[in-house]
Design a protein around this ligand. Structure first.
Ligand code: CP
Ligand code: NVA
Length: 304
């Protein structure tokens, strides 16, 4: 049966560790061209803009010997030009995998339901699993372990946080969240993550106080306050997230050997100061690079 990657809660902790091990091996062979996907094509169906996700998938598929087609917002026009069902069925006759970036999680679930080939979530309103895989790969690179670490995420309880929280607790990293009222993570996803945390004996703490969250934390994580599709709320959000900026004063409370992470794109002087994101604790470009390796690991797992 085909396997999709819509959300990491569908993957066991061991499967996630297997993907990270594979990503590490692929990183060691950096630049080497392989033939695993020879004769295979991958469609990138994107409803939103992208730098990292698009480029790392295109390059990753190429390096594995396959062929990639980018289908931007004006091409497929999912659900508008034709039904998601018809898109899924049609693409399945041409390509061996669909990588989709959509607004609504329902659309990617529907794509996966009707496609006869694996579907990979390249970000939706609820999840960003490929980002989270690259993130935990980066964390293990930095610390050599997962157990005993604490990650503090400050800001919006969004798609990036949901996937990151699940990935972390599946591999044993404690998670803390601090954000303003009205921007908490999705309660169903939190409930599910708490179950995983119970099994792996780690913790999830949700609160409002960024100081409490970052105290002694090994990993400090930020994302934008305004996600793609929320542009109309910019003014309101910038006002409400004030006080949730990652800056030098706040970082005095973090563990002295903390690393700063951000999925990018970033807005300097909003969610994080330039001093921190461009400073010596920042590992943002390792994260960006690891998108390539982690996604190649996913492609190998789902397409071989
Ligand atoms: N982090 C991330 O997914 O970046 P892009 O939106 O540029 O793909
Ligand atoms: N939360 C952001 C992540 C971008 C990679 C968004 O959805 O726009």
């Amino acid at each position: 049966m085909k396997r999709d990657l819509i959300r990491l809660s569908d993957y066991s902790g061991d499967e996630i560790l297997g993907l990270i091990d594979s990503a590490d091996r692929l990183k060691k062979q950096k630049g080497k061209l392989r033939a695993d996907l020879e004769g295979k094509s991958v469609a990138l169906v994107f409803q939103k803009p992208s730098n990292r996700t698009r480029v790392s998938f295109e390059v990753g598929v190429y390096e594995l010997g396959g062929h990639c087609l980018y289908l931007g917002p004006d091409e497929i026009n999912l659900g508008k030009r034709e039904t998601t069902h018809d898109v899924a069925k049609t693409l399945s006759r041409y390509v061996h995998c669909i990588v989709a970036r959509v607004f609504d999680n329902k659309d990617i679930v529907e794509l996966a339901k009707y496609a006869d080939v694996p579907v990979i979530n390249a970000l939706c309103d609820l999840y960003h699993p490929c980002q989270a895989l690259a993130d935990i790969q980066t964390i293990r690179e930095q610390f050599g372990r997962f157990k005993g670490l604490t990650l503090a995420y400050v800001g919006d309880g969004n798609n990036v946080f949901h996937s990151l929280m699940v990935a972390c607790v599946k591999v044993g990293i404690n998670v803390r969240f601090a954000g303003p009222k009205g921007y908490d993570p999705n309660p169903d996803i939190v409930r599910q993550a708490r179950e995983f945390a119970r099994k792996s004996k780690c913790t999830i703490e949700l609160g409002r106080d960024p100081k409490e969250a970052v105290k002694g934390a090994n990993v400090i994580y930020a994302d934008v306050w305004v996600s793609m599709g929320q542009e109309k709320e910019t003014q309101k959000r910038v006002k409400e997230f004030k006080g949730y900026q990652i800056n030098a004063a706040l970082m005095k409370l973090a563990h002295k050997d903390y690393v700063f992470m951000h999925c990018l794109p970033a807005h300097r002087e909003l969610e994080v100061t330039a001093e921190i994101i461009d400073g010596k604790h920042s590992v943002i470009f390792d994260q960006a690079e690891n998108r390539l390796h982690a996604q190649k690991a996913v492609l190998l797992k789902l397409l071989k």
